[in-house]
Design a protein around this ligand. Structure first.
Ligand SMILES: Nc1nc2c(c(=O)[nH]1)N[C@@H](CN(C=O)c1ccc(C(=O)N[C@@H](CCC(=O)O)C(=O)O)cc1)CN2
Length: 295
């Protein structure tokens, strides 16, 4: 209630787009797909490559393997020391590319500094690219070729919008962040659904003004609470891709959640928003890659 004499300025609370709940629905769909493939003799398999001892990567990979187990996908992990050479990593990927039991390959990022990340991602066969990071698959997304794996985080965001019945068509969308794995593919997917898309980044002038014009705000810049609640247009949909650990251990997104929630019509929480969807869409990509091996 925003006034003292009735309902005049009442703003309804926003819809909380629950990533965990939607991810559970996606996983149930994937489990059905895996079962159907098994009936045709295809045992869906994902291989994860992890390098070094990054604690966050260890947690994410454990989570991904647990998800695989839940939906019936066979998963393997190759855990290599941080001192692995680029040639050794490339040799492993060549071996996995040639293994018919492996339908999806994922190299957990980040990689140690001495390894050329681009060269590693480019070496994964586009037909086994569970992350959708290979240039062939990135190109396919940008020119609208269907049926190829798409980067999991933006694909998860699109599924969240669909579940929340938010149609990007004709809407002004802003994507804050221009990374190859989130910002750029996110913009391509929103454009594909006929949004008018702005990509903002660290050199954008008047970010507040750009955000204030947007009907859909996707924050993927990796800076804790950079997007202020009072920048959000009344009724906008706010998707927070950020995951920032504060000194006190609290996990926050790129958006000032409480203040943004007072203006948004729908918003994703952190944690429990986009993160679980990133994991779920990896399963979608893997089962789709396995399906494509059917004669
Ligand atoms: N090869 C890849 N590497 C990385 C990717 C990727 O998509 N492919 N993305 C990130 C990490 N990531 C998946 O790998 C990922 C990170 C976080 C979550 C998640 O569910 N987060 C939880 C909160 C977790 C916490 O408490 O720390 C949430 O948001 O609820 C899923 C996936 C970088 N590397």
């Amino acid at each position: 209630m925003g006034d003292t004499c009735g309902m005049l300025f009442y703003t309804p609370p926003p819809m909380i787009i629950d990533g965990k709940q939607i991810a559970a629905k996606v996983k149930a769909e994937v489990a059905e797909g895996v079962k159907a493939l098994k009936a045709k003799g295809v045992h869906t398999g994902l291989t994860v490559v992890r390098v070094g001892e990054d604690p966050a990567s260890a947690i994410y990979v454990r989570g991904k393997r647990k998800d695989c187990e839940e939906v019936g996908i066979h998963s393997d992990e190759h855990h290599l020391p941080a001192t692995v050479t680029q040639a050794e990593l490339l040799a492993l990927i060549a071996k996995l590319n040639a293994d018919p039991k492996v339908h999806g390959i994922l190299v957990q990022l980040p990689l140690p500094k001495h390894v050329d990340e681009r060269a590693i991602l480019d070496a994964i066969s586009p037909a086994k690219d569970a992350d959708g990071f290979h240039p062939f698959n990135v190109g396919a997304l940008s020119i609208g070729i269907p049926g190829v794996p798409r980067p999991c985080t933006p694909a998860g965001v699109m599924r969240m919008l669909e579940e929340a019945k938010v149609d990007p068509k004709g809407k002004r969308a802003i994507v804050i962040g221009r990374s190859n794995i989130v910002g750029k593919p996110m913009a391509a997917m929103l454009l594909e659904k006929h949004a008018t898309v702005t990509i903002a980044h660290s050199r954008t002038q008047d970010l507040a003004g750009e955000v204030a014009r947007a009907d859909i705000v996707v924050a993927a810049i990796g800076k804790a609470e950079l997007v202020k609640g009072d920048w959000i247009r009344e009724g906008a949909v706010v998707i927070d891709v950020g995951m920032n650990r504060l000194a006190d251990g609290k996990l926050v997104g790129d958006v000032e959640y409480a203040a943004a929630a007072r203006r948004a019509s729908a918003i994703t929480p952190v944690p429990g928003g986009v993160g679980p969807m990133t994991r779920a869409m990896l399963l979608v990509n893997t089962v789709e890659l396995a399906r494509r091996t059917l004669p």
